[in-house]
Design a protein around this ligand. Structure first.
Ligand code: HEC
Ligand code: CU
Length: 338
Protein backbone atom coordinates (compact mmCIF):
# COMPACT_ATOMS: atom_id res chain seq x y z
CA UNK A 1 0.00 0.00 0.00
CA UNK A 2 1.01 3.54 -0.61
CA UNK A 3 0.84 4.51 3.07
CA UNK A 4 3.13 1.63 3.95
CA UNK A 5 5.51 2.52 1.19
CA UNK A 6 5.76 6.15 2.31
CA UNK A 7 6.19 5.22 5.96
CA UNK A 8 8.80 2.59 5.07
CA UNK A 9 10.76 5.22 3.10
CA UNK A 10 10.44 7.70 5.94
CA UNK A 11 11.73 5.18 8.43
CA UNK A 12 14.64 4.03 6.31
CA UNK A 13 15.72 7.60 5.51
CA UNK A 14 15.52 8.44 9.19
CA UNK A 15 17.48 5.38 10.25
CA UNK A 16 20.10 5.86 7.57
CA UNK A 17 20.99 9.12 9.27
CA UNK A 18 20.53 7.85 12.76
CA UNK A 19 21.00 4.61 14.63
CA UNK A 20 21.52 2.14 11.78
CA UNK A 21 19.18 -0.29 13.55
CA UNK A 22 16.59 -1.94 11.31
CA UNK A 23 13.25 -1.05 12.81
CA UNK A 24 9.85 0.29 11.97
CA UNK A 25 7.81 3.10 13.50
CA UNK A 26 4.56 3.49 11.66
CA UNK A 27 0.88 3.87 12.50
CA UNK A 28 -0.26 2.46 9.15
CA UNK A 29 1.74 -0.76 9.45
CA UNK A 30 0.13 -2.51 12.42
CA UNK A 31 1.81 -5.65 13.77
CA UNK A 32 -0.46 -6.30 16.73
CA UNK A 33 -4.17 -6.81 17.51
CA UNK A 34 -4.68 -3.43 19.12
CA UNK A 35 -2.76 -1.48 16.49
CA UNK A 36 -4.80 -3.25 13.79
CA UNK A 37 -8.07 -1.99 15.32
CA UNK A 38 -6.67 1.53 15.53
CA UNK A 39 -5.52 1.24 11.90
CA UNK A 40 -9.05 0.27 10.75
CA UNK A 41 -10.52 3.25 12.56
CA UNK A 42 -7.90 5.52 11.04
CA UNK A 43 -8.70 4.45 7.46
CA UNK A 44 -12.44 4.74 8.07
CA UNK A 45 -11.99 8.32 9.29
CA UNK A 46 -9.56 9.07 6.51
CA UNK A 47 -11.96 8.01 3.73
CA UNK A 48 -15.07 9.60 5.26
CA UNK A 49 -13.18 12.88 5.67
CA UNK A 50 -11.68 12.65 2.17
CA UNK A 51 -15.10 12.15 0.58
CA UNK A 52 -16.60 15.01 2.64
CA UNK A 53 -13.71 17.27 1.66
CA UNK A 54 -14.02 16.52 -2.06
CA UNK A 55 -17.79 17.07 -2.05
CA UNK A 56 -17.48 20.33 -0.09
CA UNK A 57 -14.78 21.73 -2.37
CA UNK A 58 -16.76 20.69 -5.47
CA UNK A 59 -19.94 22.40 -4.20
CA UNK A 60 -17.98 25.49 -3.22
CA UNK A 61 -16.21 25.72 -6.61
CA UNK A 62 -19.53 25.32 -8.39
CA UNK A 63 -21.09 28.15 -6.36
CA UNK A 64 -18.11 30.45 -6.91
CA UNK A 65 -17.84 29.81 -10.66
CA UNK A 66 -21.52 29.84 -11.56
CA UNK A 67 -23.05 32.92 -13.17
CA UNK A 68 -25.88 34.47 -11.22
CA UNK A 69 -29.17 33.48 -12.87
CA UNK A 70 -31.55 36.06 -11.42
CA UNK A 71 -30.46 39.68 -11.08
CA UNK A 72 -30.35 40.78 -7.46
CA UNK A 73 -33.24 43.28 -7.95
CA UNK A 74 -35.62 40.47 -8.93
CA UNK A 75 -34.57 38.10 -6.17
CA UNK A 76 -37.50 36.36 -4.38
CA UNK A 77 -36.75 34.09 -1.44
CA UNK A 78 -39.79 31.94 -2.23
CA UNK A 79 -38.56 31.00 -5.71
CA UNK A 80 -39.00 27.33 -6.51
CA UNK A 81 -35.31 27.05 -7.19
CA UNK A 82 -34.71 28.46 -3.73
CA UNK A 83 -36.92 25.80 -2.13
CA UNK A 84 -34.80 23.09 -3.85
CA UNK A 85 -31.64 24.67 -2.48
CA UNK A 86 -33.07 24.64 1.04
CA UNK A 87 -33.78 20.93 0.64
CA UNK A 88 -30.23 20.27 -0.60
CA UNK A 89 -28.78 22.08 2.43
CA UNK A 90 -31.06 20.17 4.81
CA UNK A 91 -30.01 16.83 3.30
CA UNK A 92 -26.33 17.85 3.51
CA UNK A 93 -26.73 18.71 7.19
CA UNK A 94 -28.46 15.40 7.86
CA UNK A 95 -25.66 13.44 6.11
CA UNK A 96 -23.02 15.39 8.05
CA UNK A 97 -24.67 14.69 11.40
CA UNK A 98 -25.14 11.01 10.55
CA UNK A 99 -21.50 10.58 9.40
CA UNK A 100 -20.16 12.30 12.53
CA UNK A 101 -22.40 10.10 14.65
CA UNK A 102 -21.19 7.01 12.75
CA UNK A 103 -17.56 7.99 13.38
CA UNK A 104 -18.32 8.59 17.06
CA UNK A 105 -19.89 5.13 17.39
CA UNK A 106 -17.03 3.36 15.58
CA UNK A 107 -14.49 5.22 17.72
CA UNK A 108 -16.26 4.10 20.92
CA UNK A 109 -16.52 0.52 19.62
CA UNK A 110 -12.79 0.48 18.77
CA UNK A 111 -11.93 1.80 22.24
CA UNK A 112 -14.07 -0.86 23.87
CA UNK A 113 -12.67 -3.67 21.72
CA UNK A 114 -9.10 -2.67 22.56
CA UNK A 115 -9.87 -2.33 26.28
CA UNK A 116 -11.53 -5.74 26.48
CA UNK A 117 -8.55 -7.74 25.19
CA UNK A 118 -7.52 -9.10 28.59
CA UNK A 119 -6.54 -12.75 28.10
CA UNK A 120 -5.40 -15.11 30.84
CA UNK A 121 -1.73 -15.58 31.80
CA UNK A 122 -0.17 -12.55 30.22
CA UNK A 123 3.51 -11.72 30.45
CA UNK A 124 3.86 -8.87 32.93
CA UNK A 125 6.34 -6.09 32.37
CA UNK A 126 6.82 -2.78 34.15
CA UNK A 127 7.85 0.42 32.44
CA UNK A 128 8.98 3.47 34.41
CA UNK A 129 9.50 6.76 32.60
CA UNK A 130 12.49 8.89 33.59
CA UNK A 131 13.78 12.14 32.14
CA UNK A 132 14.87 10.97 29.47
CA UNK A 133 14.97 7.21 29.35
CA UNK A 134 12.82 4.14 30.01
CA UNK A 135 13.37 1.69 32.84
CA UNK A 136 12.06 -1.77 31.92
CA UNK A 137 11.43 -4.51 34.48
CA UNK A 138 10.35 -8.13 34.20
CA UNK A 139 9.11 -8.80 37.73
CA UNK A 140 9.37 -12.26 39.29
CA UNK A 141 8.07 -13.48 42.65
CA UNK A 142 11.66 -14.58 43.29
CA UNK A 143 13.33 -11.16 43.49
CA UNK A 144 16.69 -12.52 42.35
CA UNK A 145 15.06 -13.45 39.02
CA UNK A 146 13.65 -9.99 38.36
CA UNK A 147 15.17 -8.50 35.23
CA UNK A 148 15.87 -4.77 34.98
CA UNK A 149 17.02 -3.16 31.77
CA UNK A 150 16.59 0.08 29.85
CA UNK A 151 15.15 1.37 26.59
CA UNK A 152 14.85 -2.08 24.97
CA UNK A 153 11.76 -4.22 25.55
CA UNK A 154 11.77 -7.85 24.47
CA UNK A 155 8.46 -9.69 24.09
CA UNK A 156 7.54 -13.08 22.64
CA UNK A 157 5.34 -12.91 19.52
CA UNK A 158 1.71 -14.02 19.80
CA UNK A 159 1.73 -13.65 23.60
CA UNK A 160 -0.44 -11.14 25.43
CA UNK A 161 1.56 -8.68 27.49
CA UNK A 162 0.32 -6.46 30.29
CA UNK A 163 2.46 -3.41 30.84
CA UNK A 164 2.17 -1.71 34.24
CA UNK A 165 3.58 1.75 33.91
CA UNK A 166 4.32 4.84 35.91
CA UNK A 167 6.77 7.74 35.95
CA UNK A 168 9.46 8.92 38.40
CA UNK A 169 9.33 12.60 37.50
CA UNK A 170 7.00 14.22 34.95
CA UNK A 171 4.31 12.89 32.62
CA UNK A 172 5.69 10.81 29.76
CA UNK A 173 3.77 8.91 27.12
CA UNK A 174 4.63 5.42 25.89
CA UNK A 175 3.98 5.03 22.17
CA UNK A 176 5.01 2.22 19.82
CA UNK A 177 2.62 2.91 16.93
CA UNK A 178 3.04 -0.49 15.23
CA UNK A 179 1.75 -2.16 18.39
CA UNK A 180 -0.70 0.12 20.18
CA UNK A 181 -1.89 3.67 20.79
CA UNK A 182 -0.35 6.09 23.27
CA UNK A 183 -0.38 5.59 27.03
CA UNK A 184 0.48 8.37 29.49
CA UNK A 185 2.86 7.51 32.34
CA UNK A 186 1.86 9.61 35.34
CA UNK A 187 3.98 10.07 38.48
CA UNK A 188 2.49 8.40 41.55
CA UNK A 189 -0.13 6.59 39.50
CA UNK A 190 0.00 3.17 37.88
CA UNK A 191 -1.78 2.32 34.65
CA UNK A 192 -2.02 -0.99 32.80
CA UNK A 193 -1.79 -1.36 29.04
CA UNK A 194 -2.41 -4.62 27.18
CA UNK A 195 -0.77 -5.40 23.92
CA UNK A 196 0.36 -8.23 21.73
CA UNK A 197 2.92 -8.28 18.92
CA UNK A 198 2.01 -10.71 16.17
CA UNK A 199 5.03 -10.51 13.92
CA UNK A 200 8.74 -10.76 14.66
CA UNK A 201 10.55 -7.48 14.27
CA UNK A 202 12.03 -4.47 15.98
CA UNK A 203 9.56 -1.66 16.48
CA UNK A 204 10.64 1.81 17.43
CA UNK A 205 8.70 3.74 20.03
CA UNK A 206 8.94 7.27 21.25
CA UNK A 207 7.87 9.40 24.20
CA UNK A 208 4.74 11.18 22.98
CA UNK A 209 4.22 13.73 25.76
CA UNK A 210 6.54 16.71 25.93
CA UNK A 211 8.63 16.06 29.05
CA UNK A 212 11.45 18.60 28.92
CA UNK A 213 14.71 19.36 27.17
CA UNK A 214 15.54 15.90 25.77
CA UNK A 215 12.01 14.69 25.04
CA UNK A 216 12.96 14.11 21.41
CA UNK A 217 15.80 11.79 22.50
CA UNK A 218 13.56 9.52 24.52
CA UNK A 219 13.00 6.55 22.23
CA UNK A 220 12.85 2.84 22.89
CA UNK A 221 12.88 -0.35 20.88
CA UNK A 222 10.36 -3.12 21.19
CA UNK A 223 11.89 -6.39 20.01
CA UNK A 224 9.26 -9.01 19.20
CA UNK A 225 10.87 -12.43 18.84
CA UNK A 226 10.02 -16.14 18.94
CA UNK A 227 9.23 -17.50 22.43
CA UNK A 228 12.49 -19.54 22.31
CA UNK A 229 14.63 -16.49 21.57
CA UNK A 230 12.74 -14.48 24.15
CA UNK A 231 13.29 -17.09 26.88
CA UNK A 232 16.97 -17.33 26.06
CA UNK A 233 17.21 -13.54 26.31
CA UNK A 234 15.36 -13.49 29.63
CA UNK A 235 17.62 -16.22 31.08
CA UNK A 236 20.69 -14.29 30.03
CA UNK A 237 19.36 -11.03 31.51
CA UNK A 238 18.70 -12.80 34.84
CA UNK A 239 22.36 -13.62 35.37
CA UNK A 240 24.58 -11.28 37.37
CA UNK A 241 27.62 -9.70 35.74
CA UNK A 242 30.64 -12.02 35.76
CA UNK A 243 33.90 -10.69 37.13
CA UNK A 244 36.17 -9.90 34.19
CA UNK A 245 39.12 -12.19 33.47
CA UNK A 246 41.60 -10.11 31.48
CA UNK A 247 43.75 -7.43 33.07
CA UNK A 248 42.44 -4.42 31.10
CA UNK A 249 38.83 -5.24 31.93
CA UNK A 250 39.74 -5.76 35.60
CA UNK A 251 41.36 -2.34 35.65
CA UNK A 252 38.21 -0.91 34.03
CA UNK A 253 36.03 -2.53 36.67
CA UNK A 254 38.22 -1.06 39.42
CA UNK A 255 37.85 2.36 37.84
CA UNK A 256 34.07 1.98 37.53
CA UNK A 257 33.65 0.84 41.14
CA UNK A 258 35.88 3.55 42.57
CA UNK A 259 34.32 6.48 40.70
CA UNK A 260 30.99 8.31 40.73
CA UNK A 261 29.42 5.76 38.35
CA UNK A 262 28.29 3.67 41.36
CA UNK A 263 26.26 6.59 42.70
CA UNK A 264 23.86 6.31 39.79
CA UNK A 265 24.17 2.89 38.15
CA UNK A 266 23.69 -0.77 39.03
CA UNK A 267 25.87 -3.63 37.87
CA UNK A 268 24.43 -6.70 39.57
CA UNK A 269 27.15 -8.82 41.15
CA UNK A 270 29.17 -5.74 42.19
CA UNK A 271 28.75 -3.04 44.85
CA UNK A 272 27.19 -0.71 42.26
CA UNK A 273 23.50 -0.66 43.18
CA UNK A 274 21.95 2.73 42.44
CA UNK A 275 19.10 3.37 40.09
CA UNK A 276 19.34 7.04 39.19
CA UNK A 277 20.44 5.95 35.71
CA UNK A 278 19.96 2.80 33.60
CA UNK A 279 20.96 -0.62 34.97
CA UNK A 280 24.24 -1.51 33.23
CA UNK A 281 24.42 -5.24 34.17
CA UNK A 282 23.82 -6.25 30.53
CA UNK A 283 24.68 -2.98 28.82
CA UNK A 284 26.61 -4.69 26.00
CA UNK A 285 23.52 -6.71 25.00
CA UNK A 286 21.61 -3.54 24.10
CA UNK A 287 21.60 -2.19 20.56
CA UNK A 288 21.55 1.51 21.42
CA UNK A 289 22.50 3.80 24.30
CA UNK A 290 20.88 6.90 25.78
CA UNK A 291 17.30 5.92 24.82
CA UNK A 292 17.90 5.22 21.15
CA UNK A 293 20.13 8.25 20.64
CA UNK A 294 23.26 6.36 19.49
CA UNK A 295 24.16 2.84 18.33
CA UNK A 296 25.90 0.94 21.12
CA UNK A 297 29.55 0.70 20.08
CA UNK A 298 32.84 1.53 21.85
CA UNK A 299 33.28 4.88 20.06
CA UNK A 300 29.85 6.15 21.06
CA UNK A 301 30.17 4.77 24.59
CA UNK A 302 33.49 6.57 25.02
CA UNK A 303 32.06 9.85 23.78
CA UNK A 304 29.03 9.42 26.02
CA UNK A 305 31.08 8.75 29.18
CA UNK A 306 33.52 11.63 28.66
CA UNK A 307 30.83 14.19 27.93
CA UNK A 308 27.27 12.98 27.47
CA UNK A 309 26.18 16.63 27.73
CA UNK A 310 27.52 17.32 24.25
CA UNK A 311 25.39 14.44 22.90
CA UNK A 312 22.18 14.86 24.91
CA UNK A 313 22.39 18.31 26.54
CA UNK A 314 20.67 18.56 29.91
CA UNK A 315 20.55 14.81 30.58
CA UNK A 316 21.14 13.67 34.15
CA UNK A 317 24.63 12.22 33.68
CA UNK A 318 27.54 14.59 34.41
CA UNK A 319 30.72 14.69 32.25
CA UNK A 320 33.70 12.60 33.42
CA UNK A 321 37.35 13.61 33.25
CA UNK A 322 39.77 10.72 32.73
CA UNK A 323 42.90 9.88 30.76
CA UNK A 324 42.67 7.76 27.62
CA UNK A 325 44.19 4.69 29.33
CA UNK A 326 41.47 4.71 31.97
CA UNK A 327 38.81 5.26 29.33
CA UNK A 328 40.11 2.34 27.25
CA UNK A 329 40.04 -0.05 30.18
CA UNK A 330 36.61 1.22 31.28
CA UNK A 331 35.29 0.55 27.76
CA UNK A 332 36.89 -2.92 27.77
CA UNK A 333 35.06 -3.60 31.02
CA UNK A 334 31.70 -2.27 29.80
CA UNK A 335 32.02 -4.45 26.67
CA UNK A 336 32.17 -7.54 28.92
CA UNK A 337 28.70 -6.74 30.33
CA UNK A 338 26.94 -8.97 27.81
C1 HEC B 1 24.58 11.59 38.54
C2 HEC B 1 24.25 10.29 38.05
C3 HEC B 1 25.19 9.60 37.07
C4 HEC B 1 26.53 9.36 37.21
C5 HEC B 1 27.48 9.84 38.31
C6 HEC B 1 26.90 8.53 36.08
N1 HEC B 1 25.83 8.30 35.28
FE1 HEC B 1 25.77 7.20 33.60
N2 HEC B 1 23.83 7.73 33.28
C7 HEC B 1 23.06 8.47 34.14
C8 HEC B 1 21.78 8.70 33.55
C9 HEC B 1 20.61 9.48 34.17
C10 HEC B 1 21.79 8.07 32.28
C11 HEC B 1 20.67 8.06 31.25
C12 HEC B 1 20.77 9.31 30.42
C13 HEC B 1 19.72 9.40 29.35
O1 HEC B 1 19.64 8.50 28.50
O2 HEC B 1 19.00 10.41 29.34
C14 HEC B 1 23.10 7.46 32.17
C15 HEC B 1 23.50 6.69 31.08
C16 HEC B 1 24.68 5.98 31.03
C17 HEC B 1 25.02 5.02 30.00
C18 HEC B 1 24.11 4.62 28.84
C19 HEC B 1 23.21 3.49 29.29
C20 HEC B 1 22.10 3.13 28.36
O3 HEC B 1 21.73 1.96 28.31
O4 HEC B 1 21.58 4.02 27.68
C21 HEC B 1 26.26 4.53 30.31
C22 HEC B 1 27.04 3.49 29.53
C23 HEC B 1 26.71 5.19 31.50
N3 HEC B 1 25.71 6.06 31.93
C24 HEC B 1 27.93 4.97 32.10
C25 HEC B 1 28.40 5.70 33.20
C26 HEC B 1 29.74 5.61 33.71
C27 HEC B 1 30.82 4.69 33.17
C28 HEC B 1 29.82 6.48 34.76
C29 HEC B 1 31.03 6.81 35.63
C30 HEC B 1 32.21 7.28 34.94
C31 HEC B 1 28.52 7.12 34.90
N4 HEC B 1 27.69 6.62 33.93
C32 HEC B 1 28.18 8.07 35.85
C33 HEC B 1 23.45 8.94 35.37
C34 HEC B 1 24.75 8.93 35.86
CU1 CU C 1 8.70 13.00 26.53
Amino acid sequence: MKGRFISACGVSVFLAGCSGLQSSQSVVNPEGLQAARIDHLFWLMFWVCTIAFVITIAALSRAVLRKRETPVENFRPVDRAEATKTRVVAVAIAITVLSLFGLLVSSILTGKAIASLHPQNPLTIEVVGHQWWWEIRYPNSDASKTVITANEIHVPVGTPVVMNSTSRDVIHSFWAPNIHGKRDLIPGYQTALWFQADKEGTYRGQCAEFCGHQHAHMAFFLVAETPEKFNAWLQQQRTSAKDPQDAAAQKGQQFFLSHTCVMCHTVRGTIAGSNVGPDLTHLASRQTIAAGTLPNNPGNLGGWIINSQSIKPGNRMPPNQMNSDDLQSLLTYLETLK
